[in-house]
Ligand binder design. Structure first.
Ligand code: ADP
Ligand code: TPW
Ligand code: MG
Length: 584
């Protein structure tokens, strides 16, 4: 048995000592028992040997250059697979570096487990100054769904089982697991060790909605004159793709995908209202949220966006909310029909309750949306066809748009401000869970971690559409991409800075303005430094040639796309959130 450290055979014919196992092997065996085969990590005391042994035992170990990116990779793997992504870090500083990813995963409802080695409890608790001393459990607790510590080898099975259940059941999220250095070297009888491990049965149990809740929702939909469905990343995560398609198509209701729900139905679907977003949000009378929260990304369900007078006022809408979290309803505005359960079960129950004779959404509503959509799409097509010098966001993104259309199985990772906002609306997605981005926080730094996970977990080509600032947060992971030879093509939208490259120091002093970078930085050389391919592209034709080749070859590539430094706007599409805009 792999988990067993065989005792050295003694020369004397004394009875053989019983086979033993240890903390290292028990952790690995517990993960394997639960079908977890990949670990994202950064080595050091006390986890170096753990990672070595993991690899020796057949685990895939992806080793990063900074823990935040290992953590982000684990989170993305969790989102894509519904299994908790696993990230291992060293104590205090490594743990803290991973913590941003853990908190971000929790915010986004992605299941992951951050496992950090920790220093000696006795010394930490008396604050006697151990190597990398920190009370990690206490610090992690408020930033994740659950936090556990295992002190004894015989509890490793329970610890891992609890961490898995906490991460994936109900609303998914991040879990912290604290493993003190001493635990790894503890030994116990191998048979007892094996017995102590738990294979988690039904880790994310279905949650069936109550029939009266379903009926309440269906009644609202039935009498709606201007119904709208909003699909969020919870709907993408749920992998209930066929049920969701049935709901949309059987009801005939227009739908809006939130950014990571793009592709759940193809973006060119006739019922997509993306190109008429402002109109449908303002005018809809019944809105059904499926795995989407009414947070800032949806203007909290209030204000002009929703057809109300003031920013504090809710619109005159009825809301249905399908969500696994019973406390999500009423978080911002009153929810008239909460349907609590897992999305697959809820949506299937709603479709069943609609029955076979459901009258499709009123045609005056759907045709008004279709008109608006056609007009806006025609306008967009005109803009995309232009070929300005230098390139702007549109002409460069048009190239990526065409590439994704040709390779709908490719995964798009996207971060930045203008680079994010334009890519979200220009690059159509055709398949579920193919778009990973800055999520609920609008966080910069997810780029290379998400790209590595997407490539490792799916084996599909990855196109990372990165603002030059955004890319900087994780750029060193280009080495990781090259080291594992991953099919990742990073396209850096290089406009010499944050939002724009045109700011100047108002004092006339020699320090650059805070939002601008070195002009004409050669980002492509970063990939070349590690043996990957680097291309500087100044025209859509150059970008297209390089991107097509990268996706075809699967070779790690970075394309430095030179974008007009005047083309962006402050904060992209969220200019209004700047305090200065509020003052005005
Ligand atoms: P978006 O940013 O795309 O609008 P959010 O992250 O705000 O999406 O919302 C996701 C929602 O989906 C959360 O409220 C979460 O509780 C819910 N959710 C996640 N997984 C499931 C699931 N399997 N079934 C039901 N709801 C889910
Ligand atoms: C962890 C604030 C939001 S967007 C952005 C920053 C720094 C970068 C925008 O520049 P970029 O894109 O990427 O070059 P573009 O196309 O507009 O020029 N730190 C964190 N998260 C966030 N969101 C910020 C800072 C921010
Ligand atoms: Mg920029």
């Amino acid at each position: 048995m792999s988990a067993v450290l065989e005792q050295a055979e003694s020369a004397t014919p004394t009875p053989q000592a019983p086979a033993t196992t240890d903390g290292w092997h028990l952790v690995i065996d517990a993960l394997k028992l639960n079908d977890i085969d990949t670990i994202f990590a950064l080595p050091g005391i006390p986890i170096t040997d753990f990672l070595r042994i993991s690899q020796a035992e057949g685990m895939k170990v992806i080793s990063f250059r900074h823990e935040q990116h290992a953590g982000n990779a684990a989170a993305a793997a969790g989102f894509l697979t519904q299994k908790p992504g696993i990230c291992f870090t060293v104590s205090a500083p490594g743990f803290l570096n991973g913590l941003t990813a853990l908190a971000n995963a929790t915010t986004n409802c992605f299941p992951m487990i951050l496992v950090s080695g920790s220093s000696e409890r006795e010394i930490v608790d008396l604050q006697q100054g151990d190597y990398e001393e920190m009370d990690q459990l206490a610090i992690a607790k408020p930033l994740c769904k659950a936090a556990f510590r295992v002190l004894h080898a015989e509890d490793i099975g329970v610890g891992i089982a609890r961490a898995i259940r906490a991460a994936v059941s109900g609303r998914p999220g991040g879990v912290y697991l604290d493993l003190p250095a001493k635990l790894f070297a503890q030994t116990m009888d191998a048979a007892a060790g094996k017995k102590s491990l738990i294979k988690v049965v039904d880790p994310a149990p279905k949650q069936i909605p109550a029939q009266d809740a379903v009926q309440r929702a269906v009644n609202l939909l039935k009498h709606a004159k201007k119904p709208l469905i909003i699909l969020g990343k919870g709907a993408a995560y749920a992998q209930a793709d066929e049920d969701i398609r049935a709901l949309v198509e059987r009801s005939g209701i227009p739908y809006l995908p939130m950014s990571m729900a793009k592709g759940l139905l193809p973006d060119n679907h006739s019922q997509s209202a993306s190109a008429a977003r402002s109109q449908v949000l303002a005018e809809a009378d019944v809105v059904m949220l499926v795995g989407a929260r009414l947070n800032w990304l949806l203007s909290h369900g209030k204000g002009k966006t929703w057809g109300a007078g003031s920013q504090k006022e809710p619109g005159q809408k009825k809301f249905i909310q399908v969500d696994i979290s019973p406390t999500e309803a009423d978080s911002n505005v009153a929810i008239d029909a909460p349907v609590v359960g897992d999305i697959g079960s809820c949506v299937a129950a709603i479709v069943a309750a609609m029955g076979p004779d459901w009258a499709k959404a009123p045609s005056d509503w759907t045709s008004a949306i279709a008109d608006k959509r056609e007009k806006n799409q025609a306008k967009m097509a005109e803009t995309l066809a232009k070929n300005p010098v230098p390139m702007n966001f549109h002409s460069a993104l048009n190239v990526i748009r065409n590439q994704v259309k040709a390779r709908p199985d490719a995964i798009v990772v996207n971060e930045g401000a203008n680079t994010l906002d334009f890519a979200r609306s220009i690059v159509d997605m055709y398949e579920p869970r193919k778009r990973l981005d800055v999520g609920t926080w609008g966080i910069m730094g997810i780029g290379m971690g998400f790209a590595v996970a997407a490539a490792v977990v799916t084996g599909k080509p990855v196109i990372a559409i990165e603002g030059d600032s955004a890319f900087g947060f994780s750029g060193m992971e280009c080495e990781t991409i090259c080291r594992y030879n991953l099919p990742v093509c990073v396209v850096v939208f290089n406009n010499n800075g944050i939002y724009k490259g045109t700011d100047v120091n108002p004092t006339g002093g020699k320090d650059a303005a805070p939002t601008v970078f070195v002009k004409d930085a050669r980002y492509e050389m970063l990939m070349q430094a590690f043996g990957g391919h680097g291309v500087r592209a100044t025209t859509p034709a150059e970008l297209e040639a390089a991107l097509t080749e990268a996706v075809k070859s699967g070779r790690p590539t970075l394309i430095n796309a030179i974008i007009d430094e005047t083309a962006g706007t402050e904060s992209g599409r969220i200019t209004s959130l700047n305090p200065n805009a509020k003052k005005k």
